[in-house]
Ligand binder design. Structure first.
Ligand SMILES: O=C(O)[C@H](O)[C@@H](O)[C@H](O)[C@H](O)COP(=O)(O)O
Length: 232
């Protein structure tokens, strides 16, 4: 599906614009169906966007927020994406929202993935908004190059839900939504910042091997149009 490249002068302008766009999408979903859902990414890039979104005036009691992916660590770990979202998004007006974590105490990560799948089944069919990031290796969500379950994760026939991923560049084992869970969000956003990430995007766009750069699945096979938000 096609992508649209939105360039901003700086990260602050991008955060304001993206928060406005997302707030409008969530409010429209609430108006049309009484509820809205959004899956956000972790990492460092989204912090300013989260801060801007947290102050948006919408009926957050009707919104469900979850993560696109999570490191398999508890919420008090400095590596936790849940902690990142709790710190920068789940406050101010957005404090009234419902957050559904992916990490769960369980005997195995596979058991945790099953729990997360069950707890998010009602909000990912489709998400109203999905916000993706991208690593310098061309990963997105926890779709890491040569990840142990990458083929299954990127297969649009894989049922929606949360699955596990292990890969050399991932650090901890990961919990990640499948591509099928994210691909058809009516508002599908890739949020990247800095020249290095712009160069990684250009490299991804110039090739087709998704095992090498999994972001290519999103660029080339997403069901929804992709909105790329970039600032230097
Ligand atoms: O758990 C994670 O790390 C994220 O979900 C991951 O997919 C992230 O979006 C990219 O790694 C970019 O991270 P930065 O924004 O820190 O560059």
């Amino acid at each position: 599906m096609a992508s649209t490249f939105h360039e901003f002068a700086n990260g602050a302008d991008l955060a304001t614009a993206l928060a406005d766009k997302v707030a409008k999408q969530l409010s429209a979903a609430i108006s049309s169906k009484g509820a809205a859902s959004i899956a956000v990414s972790g990492g460092s890039t989204p912090k300013r966007f989260f801060e801007a979104l947290s102050g948006k005036d919408l009926d957050w009691t009707k919104v469900s927020v979850t993560l696109v992916d999570e490191r398999f660590v508890p919420a008090d770990s400095p590596r936790s994406n849940h902690l990142l979202v709790a710190t920068h998004l789940l406050k101010d007006k957005a404090a009234a929202t419902t957050f559904i974590p992916l990490y769960h105490e369980a005997a195995t990560i596979d058991a945790a993935a099953e729990i997360a799948t069950g707890k998010t089944a009602s909000i990912c069919n489709p998400f109203d908004v999905a916000i993706l990031g991208m690593g310098g290796d061309g990963h997105t969500a926890s779709f890491f190059p040569r990840g142990n379950h990458l083929a299954k994760a990127l297969n649009l026939s894989t049922p929606r839900g949360v699955m596990t991923m292990a890969a050399e560049g991932a650090g901890e084992e990961r919990l990640t939504f499948t591509f099928s869970s994210l691909s058809d969000a009516p508002l599908l956003v890739l949020h990247i910042e800095g020249q290095e990430k712009k160069d990684v995007l250009a490299k991804a766009e110039a090739g087709s091997d998704e095992t090498d750069m999994p972001i290519r699945a999103v660029l080339n096979r997403a069901v929804s149009p992709l909105e790329i938000y970039w600032a230097p």
